[in-house]
Design a protein around this ligand. Structure first.
Ligand SMILES: CC(C)(COP(=O)(O)OP(=O)(O)OC[C@H]1O[C@@H](n2cnc3c(N)ncnc32)[C@H](O)[C@@H]1OP(=O)(O)O)[C@@H](O)C(=O)NCCC(=O)NCCS
Length: 281
């Protein structure tokens, strides 16, 4: 595929990964949430979502990488794990070319349901996706609060093994965002976290410097509404308090009433919303 300005869409040559990382940092300097991308960050992310470097496509001009798209494929489901164009070459149709090529790659590998997420407020990206036929399906929240020492949490959670976590996750995370419902993400998080279980649920806690995270907290559908989630949250917040976390961040939780009640209960504030978009291809 080539446009009038000589833009070519091609597979990323893995030996050019460092060039792509530099370009990504340039792309995301004016992002709604500025990021400095590193090789480790990108490869970690790719692994955590079950991505494959061989599926990454780049837009090149005069041989230089000027944009990329990261399609992630899991049988009939696909997910756009990132797309971007360097600021100086935007509004020339390169983003559209990348999206179309990404979609074509997904289709050729058997994908029928294509998902992506866009941060609420990133209007230029959302407009692009809408123009290409994606529609918003639901929202996911990022929220922040404080760790707290609680006395008593109901049943005392015990340590969970990887297979405990995988079994509990399969039943309790069916209806969440791509990054939470995919097993690769679970396994990678579990390796880096403390994992606990009770009858009917599980939770993970993790600290990075002074920040605390609860990467997963799941309750089996048949045991919901009985206080298990609240008691796991109390336990996790206490663990993070003991570990000296200054704040606690929750990423990509569902925007539904039970979740909202839980956030209010622990005085967590929503800091960002992500809009999930979908298109049948
Ligand atoms: C979102 C993003 C990828 C779009 O890339 P892009 O190359 O500007 O996309 P396009 O040029 O195909 O489309 C953008 C607009 O330019 C318009 N356009 C396309 N070709 C054009 C041309 N030759 N002349 C004028 N306008 C043009 C399109 O119609 C579109 O307008 P619309 O959204 O009002 O319909 C880019 O803004 C970006 O990299 N942003 C930062 C990273 C980001 O937010 N990524 C998404 C989240 S992961």
């Amino acid at each position: 595929m080539m446009d009038a300005g000589g833009t070519v869409i091609e597979r990323l040559d893995p030996s050019r990964l460092d060039e792509l990382i530099e370009v990504q940092t340039e792309i995301f300097t004016d992002y709604i949430m500025p990021m400095k991308v590193t090789r480790e960050f990108f490869l970690d992310f790719l692994m955590s979502v079950g991505g494959d470097l061989r599926n990454v496509l780049v837009a090149t001009r005069n041989g230089k990488i000027v944009g990329y798209i990261n399609p992630v494929i899991d049988a009939r489901e696909g997910w756009i794990g990132g797309v971007g164009v360097v600021p100086s070459l935007r509004k020339r149709g390169i983003g559209t070319m990348l999206m179309k090529a990404g979609e074509e790659l997904c289709r050729s590998k058997g994908v029928s349901d294509l998902y992506l997420e866009v941060i609420e407020g990133n209007n230029r990206a959302q407009k692009l996706y809408q123009r290409l036929g994606f529609s918003a399906t639901r929202k996911f929240l990022t929220a922040e609060g404080r760790p707290t020492k609680f006395e008593g949490f109901g049943a005392m959670p015990g340590r969970a093994s990887m297979s405990d976590i995988i079994a509990l996750h399969a039943k309790s995370y069916k209806d969440t965002c791509w990054q939470r419902r995919k097993i690769e993400s679970l396994v990678q998080s579990a390796r880096a976290s403390d994992c606990y279980k009770v009858e009917g649920g599980f939770v993970m806690t993790r600290t990075v410097d002074t920040s605390g995270f609860i990467p997963f907290l799941g309750v089996l559908p048949e045991t919901r509404g009985k206080g298990i989630g609240t008691s796991l949250a109390r336990f996790a917040l206490s663990r993070l308090w003991e570990q000296g976390a200054f704040k606690v961040v929750l990423y990509n939780v569902n925007e539904d009433l039970p979740t909202q009640r839980m956030l209010d209960k622990f005085d967590f504030k929503v800091t960002m919303k992500q809009v999930e978009m979908f298109r049948r291809i």
